[in-house]
Design a protein around this ligand. Structure first.
Ligand code: BDR
Ligand code: CA
Length: 335
């Protein structure tokens, strides 16, 4: 078997983050060096606790979880307030039945604890100790931790093989005005990453709107009959219920998009991303209507800019599901 790919995940767990985590932690071909957390879908205390719960559910307590940024780089915006605002409210906070991301995942409280080190320090120390091009970063939440690490110590840059991020949108209408949630939550951070010179693959909302799972596929996952597969099945069903309650703001029409797991899949199987284009990409930081929009190179000015991003517009939904199913099934076989 070829050498495992070394990855660091950066998550705001989150229902689809949890499925991405299960896949990454259980996938034989990945070596998860650590998991950073960030405030996003829910507050960072909850994204950290939820991440620890998933790590325990997957039986991987040796993988360290590092608590990261609570808030974005340049504003006091609370990203989780968007999720809460949009949802039907019940007294005392978000509706835990129809919220796409609930404060707590449907898992028992965990005995695991986050590491003492912050996510930013972990990123810097781990990357500095690595060979050039050794580590792939997979951020599937706001990009704050990675931008902080880049700003704090640029010597980490050559150590990063690539950044495979879930974020951005072009054709699919995002939940916010002009910007996909992860970019909306910290636009400045994404721009820092895009300008860093590290190769970036952008697994956009356009692509993840093809990474949808339906009830039938959820049932197949449940039949695998392991704790992580049952969790994934339950979360897919929950996302289906939540997107129906929201009037399908994922823009998918059918099924529930499992955005973050597609980014993990793409690390190992880049062919799951289809209609890719190597292009210049920048985040609009103008504080107007397009604040946080990912702007792809289209006009003459952009044609002179470095093509800093592999932008994915679509995805192979069959390949995506087969991969996820295969990972969970193989993990169950190996006990
Ligand atoms: C992204 O936003 C979050 O709500 C999801 O976890 C995903 O990372 C999709 O826009
Ligand atoms: Ca996420």
């Amino acid at each position: 078997m070829s050498e495992k790919k070394k990855v660091i995940l950066d998550v705001d767990t989150g229902s689809d983050d949890a499925i991405a985590l299960c896949a990454a932690l259980l996938c034989e071909e990945l070596d998860v060096l650590g998991i950073c957390t960030v405030g996003g879908n829910v507050e960072v205390k909850n994204t950290t606790d939820n991440t620890l719960r998933v790590v325990e559910c997957c039986g991987r307590p040796q993988v360290g979880v590092y608590r990261g940024a609570a808030l974005p780089l340049a504003s006091t915006l609370e990203p989780w307030s968007l999720q809460a605002q949009e949802l039907p409210r019940k007294e005392g906070g978000r509706d835990q039945e129809t919220a796409v991301h609930t404060d707590h995942l449907p898992l028992p409280p965990t005995t695991l604890h986050a590491q003492e080190k912050s996510a930013c320090v972990f990123l810097i120390e781990t990357l500095l100790a690595a060979q050039d091009g050794e580590i792939t970063l997979v951020p599937v939440g706001p990009m704050t931790n990675i931008a902080l690490a880049i700003r704090a110590d640029e010597r980490i840059l050559p150590k990063i093989r690539q950044i495979v991020m879930m974020g951005g949108s072009h054709d699919v209408y995002p939940r916010t005005q002009a910007s996909e949630f992860n970019v909306w939550a910290d636009p400045e951070a994404v721009e820092i990453v895009l300008q860093s010179g590290v190769p970036v693959t952008m697994v956009s909302l356009d692509a993840t709107s093809h990474a949808c799972l339906d009830r039938h596929q959820a049932a197949l996952l449940r039949e695998i009959d392991s704790a992580p597969a049952r969790l994934c099945a339950e979360l897919v069903e929950h996302r289906l219920k939540a997107s129906a309650a929201e009037g399908d703001t994922d823009g998918t029409g059918v099924g529930a998009a499992i955005h973050d797991a597609l980014a993990v899949c793409a690390v190992l199987h880049p062919e799951v991303l289809t209609e890719t284009v190597q292009t210049s990409c920048h985040v609009d930081l103008g504080h107007g209507y397009a604040y946080g929009e990912t702007v792809l190179g289209r006009n003459y000015k952009f044609s002179e800019m470095p093509k800093n991003c592999l932008y994915a517009k679509s995805a192979d939904s069959g390949l995506f599901f087969d991969w996820l199913y295969g990972v969970l099934q193989a993990a169950k076989r190996q006990g």
